[in-house]
Ligand binder design. Structure first.
Ligand code: GAL
Length: 663
C-alpha cells in the first residue's frame, strides 16, 4: 500500500471551478499528498433517480492528480438528497419519543430502512463502478462517522422488526428471551417475538435493563451491517482499493472492534479544541492521548487521522482559538500515539451551511494565514519523520480493557449519578499518562499475554468464557486489576445470585463484597502507608479471604476495612479496587503495581509534558510534547539524540514538540 504522510479534506463543490486549480497547486506546494472528498455530495452526483453526474468530481480528481495528489472517496450516504426523502419520507428516522426527525441537516436516515438501502445500493454500485479503474482514487470511506449525528438511533417500525429478528436469532424461543430478560418483573412477559417493542420512552422513562442492553447490541450490529453492505459493493468493484472509516475515539454507538473487522485500517477524527467542551481551561491532552491509543487498538496497528483540527472550530458557538504552535502540537500528538497519516479537516473554511465556523487551513477568503503557515512548516519538517516511523507502535507493557458491552451495561445503570464508564477507565489511564507509562487498549477478544498488567475496570457482566480468559491470564503470571461492580451480572443483565459478590470472581480476587455504599454528594478517604487519599462514587465493603489488604478506608462505619487488596493466584495476582480513586490515590496505585511488575516509566517530565514513544524495527522514537504555554526543562537520557540534528538545550518551548531517536 502506497504511504502518505499528510492530506486534507476538500469540498470542491463549495467553490467555483475556477478556484480548483489554484487549490490543487497550493496543496501540492504545502506537501499535501492525499485528499478526501465526496462524503456529503450525493445530490450533485445523482440529482434524479438513476441519473448520474460524476463529471465535476472527475474533473476535481483530474486536477488534483495532475499535481500528484491521490484521492479517498467517501460514499455520500451521510446526506441523502431531498428527492429521495420526497420519494420515501419514511427514510427519516424516528427518535426515542417516537417522533420523526426531518430533512435539513445530515444523517436524516434510518439505517435499516429498506427503501433507503435500495437507494444506497443503486448509488454506491454506480459510484464504485465509475471510480473502480481510476488510479488516482486509492481508497474509500463508507458514509461518515457512523453513529454520529443521530441524537439517538432510529426507533421506527423497520428497526423494531429488525430487532425482533435479531432477538429470534439470538434466543430461538420466546420463553428463553423471557427468562433472559427477567420479564416476570412488572408483568413484561412476551408471547411472541413479534410483540417486542423498540425500547422507546416509557411511562416510567426507561425500559427493562436487559431489553435495553440487547437493543444497544442490536443497534451496534445494525450499523456494522449497514457499513458491510457498502463495503461489499466497493470491494467487489475495486478489490485493490482499501477501505477505512473515520471513527470518533471513545464514541460507543457501534462497537469499533466489530466495525474494524471490515476495515483495512482504522481512521479517527481528532478535534482537541472542539467547541463541544464547556471547560476550555481544563487539561485534556491526556484524554486526547487516550482516544488515539484506543484507535490504535482497533486493528492493533497504526491508523490514520482522517480529520485533524486545522483551525478554530464551532457551529453556532465556537471553541477557543488554537494558540500559536498548538495545531502542529496536536497533529504531532496524533503521530506520537500511532497515526501514520494526518489528514486535516479541512482545506478552506466554508462560506455556507451549518459549519461556516468550523475553520480550515485557509480562512473564508482563501488567503493563507497563520494556520496555513504553521501547518505548512510542520509538514515540511516532519514528512521525513512520518515516512521513517510508519508502521511503528509504542511498546506497552500495560493494557486497559475497554469493553463495549460493559460500557453499555454501566451506561444503563451507572450506579452513581456521575459515574461514566470511560471516565472510570480514564482514572487509570490518566495516572499512567502522568507517569509516562505507555498503554495499549485491548478488547475482550484480543490476546493479552504480552502485557505484564491488565487493568480491567468494571467487569460488571461476567460470562464463564470471559472469566476463564481472565483466570488463565492470571494463572500464567499476569497481573490483573479489577474494580467495584465486577462479577455482578450475567450477559443478559440479570444479577448473579449463586454466591457473594464478586460472584465467581471470589477465587481470583480472594475477596467478598459484604455490602456497598454509594457516595452520593460526598467523598471518602483511603489510607495507604499512613497517607490519606480521596476516593469517590462507591465503596465496596470487603472481607479478604486469601487476599492481602493493601489500603483501607478511613471514613464511615467501614473505616479500617480493606479498600484495595492484592491476591496471589497461580503464577500471577489480582488487585481489587473497591472504590473510584482520586488522582493522588491513582498515582500511588499505578506506582505500586508498576514497581511490583518491574515496569519503568519512559522518563519523568514536568506536568503537561507528554513523553511518548514509537518503536520501529530496532529504533525507538521519543516524542516530547509540551502542552504548557511556558518553556519547560526536561532531562532526556543521553541514549537519545535529537531526530532533527538540532542541538538539545534541555528546554522545550511553549506548545513545542521535540523528537529524539535511539538505536
Ligand atoms: C466531524 C465530521 C465532519 C465535520 C466536522 C466538523 O465530526 O466528520 O464532517 O462535520 O466534524 O463539525
Amino acid at each position: 500500500m502506497k504511504s502518505y504522510q499528510f492530506g486534507v479534506d476538500y469540498y470542491p463543490e463549495h467553490w467555483p471551478k475556477e478556484r480548483w486549480v489554484t487549490d490543487a497547486k497550493m496543496m501540492r506546494d504545502m506537501g499535501i499528498q492525499i485528499v478526501r472528498m465526496a462524503e456529503f455530495s450525493w445530490q450533485k452526483f445523482e440529482p434524479r433517480e438513476g441519473e448520474f453526474h460524476f463529471e465535476d468530481l472527475d474533473e476535481a480528481i483530474g486536477i488534483l492528480a495532475k499535481e500528484g495528489i491521490d484521492v479517498i472517496l467517501g460514499t455520500p450516504t451521510a446526506a441523502p438528497p431531498k428527492w429521495i426523502i420526497d420519494l420515501n419520507p419514511e427514510i427519516q428516522p424516528t427518535d426515542w419519543h417516537g417522533h420523526q426527525r426531518f430533512f435539513g441537516s445530515r444523517h436524516h436516515d434510518c439505517q435499516s430502512n429498506p427503501a433507503y438501502r435500495a437507494h444506497i445500493r443503486r448509488f454506491v454500485t454506480a459510484f464504485a463502478d465509475h471510480y473502480a479503474k481510476n488510479p488516482a482514487v486509492v481508497g474509500w470511506q463508507v458514509d461518515n462517522e457512523l453513529g454520529n449525528s443521530h441524537g439517538d438511533l432510529c426507533y421506527c417500525d423497520h428497526c423494531r422488526d429488525r430487532f425482533q429478528g435479531w432477538l429470534k436469532d439470538k434466543y430461538g424461543a420466546i420463553d428463553e428471551l423471557n427468562r433472559a430478560w427477567g420479564t416476570a418483573f412488572w408483568s413484561q412477559g412476551y408471547d411472541d417475538f413479534s410483540s417486542i417493542p423498540a425500547p422507546k420512552i416509557t411511562a416510567a422513562w426507561g425500559v427493562n435493563p436487559s431489553h435495553e442492553l440487547d437493543w444497544k447490541r442490536f443497534t451496534s450490529d445494525l450499523v456494522c451491517e449497514f457499513h458491510q453492505e457498502q463495503a461489499d459493493i466497493l470491494r467487489a468493484a475495486a478489490p485493490e482499493k482499501w477501505i477505512t472509516h473515520n471513527l470518533m475515539g471513545f464514541s460507543s454507538k457501534p462497537s469499533y472492534y466489530d466495525l474494524g473487522e471490515q476495515l483495512d485500517f482504522a481512521s479517527h477524527d481528532q478535534y482537541p479544541g472542539g467547541h463541544f467542551h464547556a471547560r476550555h481551561d481544563e487539561y485534556r491532552a491526556d484524554f486526547h492521548a487516550a482516544e488515539l491509543d484506543f484507535i490504535r487498538a482497533i486493528k492493533q496497528k497504526p491508523f490514520w487521522v482522517m480529520e485533524q483540527q486545522s483551525g478554530i472550530t464551532g457551529w453556532d458557538v465556537l471553541g477557543r482559538a488554537p494558540k500559536p504552535g498548538q495545531i502542529p502540537l496536536w497533529a504531532m500528538q496524533s503521530v506520537a500515539h500511532g497515526a501514520d497519516t494526518i489528514v486535516f479537516f479541512r482545506w478552506r473554511s466554508c462560506a455556507m451551511g451549518t459549519e461556516q465556523y468550523w475553520h480550515g487551513i485557509l480562512p473564508h477568503n482563501g488567503i493563507p494565514g497563520r494556520y496555513h503557515a504553521e501547518i505548512s512548516a510542520m509538514m515540511k519538517q516532519y514528512t521525513p519523520l512520518l515516512k521513517e516511523i510508519a508502521g511503528g507502535v509504542p511498546n506497552a507493557e500495560v493494557a486497559i480493557l475497554r469493553s463495549y458491552d460493559q460500557e453499555r451495561a454501566i451506561g444503563i445503570q451507572p450506579h452513581h449519578p456521575n459515574h461514566r464508564y470511560i471516565q472510570h477507565l480514564m482514572t487509570y489511564y490518566k495516572a499512567l499518562h502522568r507517569a509516562n507509562i505507555p498503554v495499549d487498549f485491548v478488547g475482550e477478544m484480543h490476546d493479552w499475554s504480552k502485557y505484564k498488567v491488565l487493568i480491567a475496570p468494571l467487569q460488571f457482566l461476567m460470562t464463564e468464557e470471559h472469566l476463564d480468559k481472565l483466570r488463565t491470564y492470571v494463572e500464567r503470571g499476569g497481573r490483573l486489576v479489577v474494580t467495584w461492580r465486577s462479577g455482578i451480572k450475567d450477559e443478559s443483565n440479570l444479577c448473579h445470585t449463586d454466591g457473594p459478590v464478586p460472584v465467581r470472581f471470589n477465587a481470583l480476587t480472594g475477596v467478598t463484597v459484604d455490602e456497598y455504599d454509594c457516595l452520593r454528594d460526598c467523598q471518602g478517604t483511603v489510607r495507604w502507608d499512613g497517607m490519606d487519599y480521596k476516593c469517590s462514587q462507591w465503596c465496596d465493603v470487603l472481607s479478604a479471604s486469601t487476599a492481602e489488604p493493601v489500603a483501607e478506608y478511613a471514613h464511615e462505619f467501614y473505616a479500617g476495612t480493606p479498600a484495595i487488596t492484592r491476591n496471589q493466584y497461580g503464577r500471577g495476582l489480582t488487585w481489587y479496587v473497591g472504590t473510584t480513586m482520586g488522582d493522588g490515590l491513582a498515582d500511588k496505585f499505578i506506582a505500586e503495581i508498576c514497581r511490583e511488575a518491574a515496569i519503568a516509566p519512559l522518563m519523568a517530565t514536568p506536568h503537561g509534558v507528554e513523553a511518548v514513544h514509537r518503536v520501529k524495527d530496532d529504533r525507538t522514537y521519543l516524542f516530547l510534547l509540551n502542552h504548557n504555554e511556558s518553556v519547560q526543562t526536561v532531562d532526556v537520557s543521553a541514549e537519545f539524540t535529537p531526530w532533527d540534528g538540532e542541538p538539545w538545550t534541555g528546554e522545550i518551548g511553549p506548545l513545542g514538540v521535540r523528537v529524539f531517536v535511539k538505536g
